[in-house]
Design a binder for this molecule. Structure first.
Ligand code: SF4
Ligand code: SF4
Length: 387
């Protein structure tokens, strides 16, 4: 075996880019055992070992930068939630990626994504002026000085035709509940959550600075997010950049409105619905009850629990840049999730995240389970059940 190159400068750079807890790791290996890559076969699974990757980083050794290793972590947080030393594993992964992407060596598959976020303010190659195309015919209010909530629609739900249904449904629900809300529109930029997670720190800072300036100039005080990824980054990463807002995911807000009698549904006990906890809503943001309460209110019965749920929920594979990654059939986490739902005799698999929606739909198609299982975003179920 070739001797590895040691570079303490590299280790120090990785730490300076976010991997501040890298040296806390005592190499127990629990993270590797809990990682969803242990649940699937294939080359990535064989190569990806988060304990080992962090060891290489700690010692400043070459070897963590191979694309199929470094960019395979979906930042699901399962390892981090259980690490006995409280190591912030996701930030360590981000720091290691920043050392590669910052040097201009982003994986080929990510280059057009990052290029679009840079040029258009979104990673989906959508022209900036088309950011509001989903609003056509909906009479969506503009955010103004007297508006209570700024509705920030995830780029995915602005541009992806299937995902725009999330934004449209939510507008219907907020109007029905009489919420004072509005959008800003084409000037908005991607929140940058996934951009930062794939290691493009410079681009994240640019996107975040543009949003902070825009939101503060417009007088934003409270934000509703459609996506748990936007929720997480606005809540956890924008404060130190000047973004001091109250941020809420739509499920929490709607659940409060139902509790307060301001939003009601016509329960339609039809299909058996199971709920998939998105990593960024559940493990990363500790929101488990609101989506379940809403599903119960809209369907008349509590949703079915998947075999791995709440804190133990299995990642769809879309976080940390996974949504842009080509993973071979048979190795996709989403496929395991589809099998969980089918095994639980669910007819609908509901989730509350545009990335999960995308990944689960793809997995359902690749397994040819569309006749047995329908994938829906919670907002769609709620809008259909409005009184
Ligand atoms: S679980 Fe924590 S301490 Fe154990 S190897 Fe992983 S990061 Fe290190
Ligand atoms: S965050 Fe998830 S995918 Fe990444 S190493 Fe931890 S358990 Fe594995």
């Amino acid at each position: 075996m070739e001797p590895k190159q040691v570079s303490l400068e590299m280790r120090d750079y990785v730490i300076s880019m976010g991997a501040e807890t890298l040296n806390w790791c005592m190499q127990c290996g629990l993270c590797t055992n809990l990682c969803p890559w242990r649940l699937v076969p294939g080359e990535r699974s064989e190569h990806f070992n988060i304990r080992h990757m962090q060891r290489l980083g700690q010692m400043g050794l070459e070897g963590f930068e191979a694309e199929e290793i470094l960019f395979s972590c979906t930042t699901c947080g399962m390892c981090q939630a259980n690490c006995p030393r409280g190591v912030e594993i996701v930030s360590n992964v981000r720091g290691m990626r920043a050392s590669i992407v910052g040097a201009g060596m982003a994986p080929a598959a990510l280059r057009p994504i990052l290029g679009s976020a840079h040029a258009n303010g979104n990673p989906w190659s959508g022209p900036r002026e088309q950011r509001t195309a989903w609003q056509e015919g909906l009479d969506v209010p503009q955010f103004g000085p007297d508006t209570e909530y700024f509705l920030f629609v995830c780029c995915h739900s602005c541009y992806d035709p299937r995902s725009t249904k999330v934004a449209k449904s939510l507008v219907k629900l907020l109007k029905a509940a009489g919420v004072s809300f509005g959008v800003i529109g084409a000037e908005e930029s991607c929140c940058g959550e996934s951009v930062r997670k794939v290691g493009d720190e410079e681009l994240f800072q640019k996107l975040a600075a543009a949003n902070v300036e825009l939101f503060n100039r417009k007088g934003v005080k409270k934000i509703i997010t459609t996506s748990p990824h936007c929720l997480w980054t606005f809540s956890n990463e924008y404060k130190e950049l000047g973004g001091e807002w109250e941020v809420i995911h739509y499920t929490r807000l709607l659940s409060d409105l139902v509790r307060d009698g301001k939003l009601a549904f016509q329960p339609n006990a039809g299909k058996k619905i199971a709920y998939h906890d998105p990593c960024y809503l559940g493990r990363h943001s500790d929101c488990y009850e609101a989506p379940r309460d809403l599903l119960a209110a809209a369907s008349g019965e509590a949703p079915r629990e998947l075999s791995r749920s709440q804190q133990l929920s299995l990642c769809c594979g879309g976080g940390g840049g996974g949504i842009w990654s080509e993973v071979p059939k048979g190795e996709r986490f989403g496929e395991l999730r589809i099998e969980d739902a089918v095994a639980g005799a669910a007819q609908v698999l509901a989730t509350a995240c545009p990335y999960c929606l995308n990944m689960l739909i793809d997995a359902c198609k690749s397994l040819e389970r569309q006749d047995q299982l329908e994938i829906l975003e919670l907002s769609e179920i709620l809008a259909a059940a409005l009184k």
